[in-house]
Ligand binder design. Structure first.
Ligand SMILES: [Zn+2]
Length: 269
């Protein structure tokens, strides 16, 4: 037996297989390389906790996740009842992370949704905590979403209706308007440029960035783009175009520095 096949697609094992170039990548090497394939530059999905580490200054993180947040904080954010009525598994923190930390010296609230997570009550409550913490502390809010975080139908490989209801999305969007009223920056980072339909699934910031490999198009992203175009040609013309609401494309390795520059800019205006 070929020893390499033993580890094929075992995410918790020592190796990851790149779906773009089929090379096996040592897990620790991939983590050190920001989950970017060293052979072909393909962007692997990044767990929520690892995203925090990439974006925020080391040791600056304070968790706002509902199951560990202090009751006094939840009380002050007027969300303790909502949390106490909800039950989350211990592994939920892998699906979404929210907390306060520094980006280039700017205290910021950051919420990250793990790829492959279904949008659900956990996301609603965690995003609500993040938004209210930003409002209460007068801090910028950065949200990081992946299109992969939406459930997909097998037939078309396109996102189907999320488990977050329309009233819940509207509620979060209304809460985010308080940030606009207070002139606090709201930045959303999309980690997948295939963004059709995303705007109706999660509340978006005023400025929308998307991760993209620097001048490099991998086979996987070509395939993803092709399926996206097919999906659009078969679906409603009213859906936004792929790039319609992206303000800027950023390579993953520049993301934290770019966010820092943007917060510098907003801090001066
Ligand atoms: Zn690769």
């Amino acid at each position: 037996m070929n020893p390499a096949t033993h580890y094929k697609d075992r995410r918790d094992g020592l190796w990851y297989k790149c779906k773009a170039c089929d090379e096996f990548v040592f897990k620790q090497a991939l983590e050190r390389n920001l989950y970017i394939c060293p052979s072909c530059n393909y962007y692997f999905p990044v767990p929520a906790e690892s995203r925090q580490c990439h974006i925020l200054s080391p040791d600056s993180w304070t968790n706002l996740f509902p199951t560990v947040a202090p009751p006094s904080l939840l009380q002050s954010l007027e969300i303790s009842d909502l949390v106490s009525q909800s039950v989350f598994s211990d592994s939920s923190h892998r699906l979404i992370a929210a907390g306060q930390g520094d980006i280039s010296g700017h205290p910021t609230i950051l919420a990250v949704v793990h790829p492959f997570a279904r949008a659900q009550r956990l996301h609603f409550i965690t995003l609500l905590i993040a938004i209210r913490a930003a409002v209460q502390n007068a801090l910028p809010l950065i949200t990081v979403y992946s299109n992969d975080s939406l459930p997909k139908s097998r037939a078309t490989d396109c996102p189907i209706q999320s488990e977050l209801s329309f009233p819940e999305i509207t509620y979060l969007s209304t809460e985010m308007e308080q940030l606009s009223e207070a002139s606090l920056p709201q930045i959303t980072v999309l980690t997948d440029t295939n963004v059709g339909g995303l705007s109706t699934k999660f509340p978006l910031g005023d400025l929308i960035l998307a991760e993209r490999e620097n001048g490099h198009t991998s086979r996987a992203s070509e395939l993803s783009h092709a399926s996206h175009i097919r999906a659009h040609s078969e679906s409603s013309l009213e859906e936004p175009k792929c790039d319609a609401f992206i303000d800027c494309y950023i390579p993953r390795q520049d993301l934290s520095a770019t966010l820092g520059n943007l917060l510098d800019f907003f801090g001066k205006t």
